[in-house]
Design a protein around this ligand. Structure first.
Ligand code: ZN
Length: 254
């Protein structure tokens, strides 16, 4: 009889353990389901945020190029380079060959700091008024001087007065850079007047023309950069601007 009791108790114990096990498993499943729900719920806003971020980064900033002609100046170009470096801005310079001999270190620094150096002829001549050989000499001499100092032949030329000669441009293999915002800084040598004119007239894709041979223009450049950057503009070199004022060599009609 004792054996029967033992068997019955044993069976009851086994049944209990089994039932307890089923309960525990059910409970765990329920917990897991709830956990899944919570995780799904929590994940949703994250996905939403990422979506918003992605859209934001797709909107590119409006771009402008700031360009400086007639330099280098033995006094103001260095001050300009200091201010551009401080602001992390890259600019484009169109140098007159005959001025470079007085500012060789400054020209080397320009190239080293990532600015683009272009050609503005040797003696600031009007390419439409001189004969072909003279024009070619003015361009090539300036390219050679710049290449000697920086190791790179300029790709871009800003023809003085905006006057150019198709054949010359093709044969010297230069792309032309004109401008779209001209505050006439040489006429009004007043930093605030010049800066306000530029700020008022600049929009996406513009090419701003200044002359770094005037202290007022260098001061104006800093006001312009600080103001337009605050409005969301990005300052880039001329090779990164999509403008009809930048005429790539392959597009110059023969
Ligand atoms: Zn000029």
């Amino acid at each position: 009889m004792k054996k029967v009791y033992v068997l019955v108790i044993f069976a009851l114990v086994v049944l209990n353990v089994f039932l307890w096990g089923v309960l525990v498993i059910n409970n765990l499943n329920e917990k897991n389901n709830r956990l899944n729900e919570t995780t799904t719920y929590k994940k949703q806003p994250k996905v939403k945020n990422n979506g918003i971020k992605k859209t934001d980064s797709k909107i590119s900033k409006p771009k402008v190029a700031i360009t400086f002609d007639d330099g280098p100046s033995t006094v103001y170009t260095k001050i300009l380079l200091d201010g551009l470096k401080e602001r992390g801005v890259k600019a484009t310079f169109f140098l007159t060959g005959q001025e470079i001999q007085y500012s060789k270190a400054v020209v080397k620094r320009m190239a080293k700091e990532g600015h683009i150096i272009g050609n503005h002829t040797y003696s600031h001549i009007d390419l439409k008024k001189v004969n072909y050989a003279q024009g070619k000499d003015e361009i090539e001499k300036t390219n050679d001087i710049i290449k000697d100092l920086t190791g790179k032949k300029p790709e871009y030329i800003r023809p003085p007065y905006g006057d150019w000669n198709k054949r010359l441009m093709n044969e010297t293999d230069m792309s032309i850079v004109l401008w779209s915002v001209d505050p006439e800084d040489w006429k009004d040598q007043n930093a605030n007047i010049v800066a306000n004119r530029v700020i008022k007239n600049t929009s996406d894709g513009d090419v701003i023309l200044l002359h770094d041979i005037f202290k007022t223009s260098v001061d104006a450049a800093f006001i312009i950069i600080d103001d337009l950057r605050e409005k969301g503009y990005e300052f880039v070199t001329i090779d990164k601007i999509d403008s009809v004022k930048v005429i790539k060599n392959k597009n110059i009609n023969k």
